[in-house]
Design a protein around this ligand. Sequence first.
Ligand code: ADP
Ligand code: GN1
Ligand code: MG
Length: 370
Amino acid sequence: MQPVSELQLREATANFKFKGRLLDRRVYGSGHINDTYLLTYEIAEMGSMKVILQKMNREIFKNPVELMENIVGVTSHLRKKIIANGGDPDRETLNLISAKDGKPYYVDSKGEYWRSYIYITDATSYDRVERPEDFYESARSFGHFQRLLADYPAETLHETIAGFHDTKARFKVFQEAVEKDVCSRAAEVQEEIDFVLAHEDVANVFAGLQEKGEVPLRVTHNDTKLNNIMIDNKTRKGICVIDLDTVMPGLAMNDFGDSIRFGASTAAEDEQDLDKVSCSMELYDCYVRGFLEGCAGSLTAEETELLPMGAKVMTFECGMRFLADYLEGDHYFKVYREKHNLDRCRTQFKLVKDMEEKWDTMHEIVNKYR
Ligand code: ADP
Ligand code: GN1
Ligand code: MG
């Protein structure tokens, strides 16, 4: 991916309906996919206003126009629901700022796609759980998000990444990456490759249930990392679900599981000391409680029963994706050091092993709250 040049940034900035004088501009956040900037404007004597400017990742999102159609549709839907529920639509959903030509995105002279959101002030997106209550709040918010979108016309949503959580298909892609071994890295990671191959059943479990019609497709977020939620600094309530690029029909268990693999870990996603990595049952408990409350009875008995499996599948899938990216030369996830994706893969597999040991407890906790 080409780095963003100063000229390109200026061009993008000049083509949105921003008002006032630009005071500050900085690279922002710790997402692995898009290029995010925080811009601060001074507006006459009225003080300052912050906006988010993002260059979308066009290698990953092949059709940015369709992607933006999804985001306009989903945020408009959420806005109406939030107003009907007496909430604050300026803080509780993402709000796009249009480009000068009125479109919800801008295409720069290099063909890159940009978008802008109003910055949600006085709130934080956390990379690690600092207080268990925050994790509980994030769970409520993601569960509630799913419920708010329960009546969204799913057939109008574009698939922004084909087979995004089709773990079975990803397993095949992984095997191909091992066979091709384009960077000659496979020999060095044989232990991790063997771990994947030994878990093919985990990769297939949800595809099997879907084929039998045992689990429903819902409109889900599909990227429910803790840092994709804004937590209000004062009230410490989860106020807004962000990063809507992958809102698509999906499985409730996967939204649950992706949050667990990231937030219930006792260490960072890229921790190198694996002794520090485990799945905290205390945090898992908080999340189960919050997610079931947020979903407010909308999950079927089967889906609820499968929540622990969602955690295992998503953690396994993510580890497999990190390892595939490592084998393919780190073209998908942003990396900041050598073997970064390999370190990330190892934490995920450590978590899978830990979940396997805690499997009964994980079910008991779900049963406590269902
Ligand atoms: P990525 O797909 O790369 O993860 P995100 O859309 O999640 O991109 O944005 C990256 C980070 O930028 C988020 O984790 C969050 O910290 C911050 N962010 C994004 N949008 C907003 C917003 N509207 N208000 C405040 N912070 C935001
Ligand atoms: C990416 O965009 P971000 O950083 O919130 C990825 C997720 C992975 C996650 C791993 C579109 O999430 O699927 O689980 O990294 N998003 C996409 O940290 O691939
Ligand atoms: Mg993100």
